[in-house]
Design a protein around this ligand. Structure first.
Ligand code: 5GP
Ligand code: ZN
Length: 139
């Protein structure tokens, strides 16, 4: 894909700090880490959205991200890790080649997700969300 920075990384046209690669995916350090060690796992194939990534490749992305999380604990003394994936501009996606973030975490790392907790107005409203989502969910 022309003009895709992550395709250029896959093709070796621009450098990256690579930590893993196989026939389906590549993993390298994020250039501006939330915490040092923050990694990205990407499919070799160009897909703008994770929703179009074939199941075997999406599964490999998740598997490798989990293994990287374990490596963070073993090698970086991390206590835990976050997965993060932005799909769409409103969700914060800025690179249009699907990617999974894996962020090593510790109790004193100084980072907090800005996570709010809304409430449904009623059981009926919550059930309405369930029915609408189920009606369009195709796996
Ligand atoms: P998004 O918001 O799209 O989920 O995140 C894109 C991520 O890619 C950002 O965290 C950003 O720091 C990272 N990034 C952008 N350009 C490059 C690059 O050229 N090399 C590397 N290693 N990371 C990049
Ligand atoms: Zn791409």
């Amino acid at each position: 894909m022309d003009n895709c920075i992550f395709c250029k990384i896959v093709e070796g046209k621009i450098p990256c700090a690579k930590i893993y690669e196989d026939e389906l995916v590549l993993a390298f350090l994020d250039i501006s880490p939330i915490c040092k060690g923050h990694a990205l796992v990407i499919p070799r194939e160009h897909h703008q959205s994770i929703s179009s990534v074939p199941e075997n490749i999406a599964g490999r992305i998740t598997h490798v991200a989990g293994r990287i999380g374990i490596a963070f604990k073993r090698a970086l003394d991390a206590d835990g890790f976050n997965f993060h994936l932005s799909d769409g501009a409103c969700a914060g996606q800025v690179v249009w080649h699907a990617h999974m973030h894996v962020v090593p975490r510790g109790p004193e790392d100084g980072f907090r997700w800005n996570w709010r907790q809304l409430k449904y107005d009623s059981d009926a409203e919550r059930n309405d969300f369930v029915e609408k989502i189920k009606s369009k969910l195709k796996t």
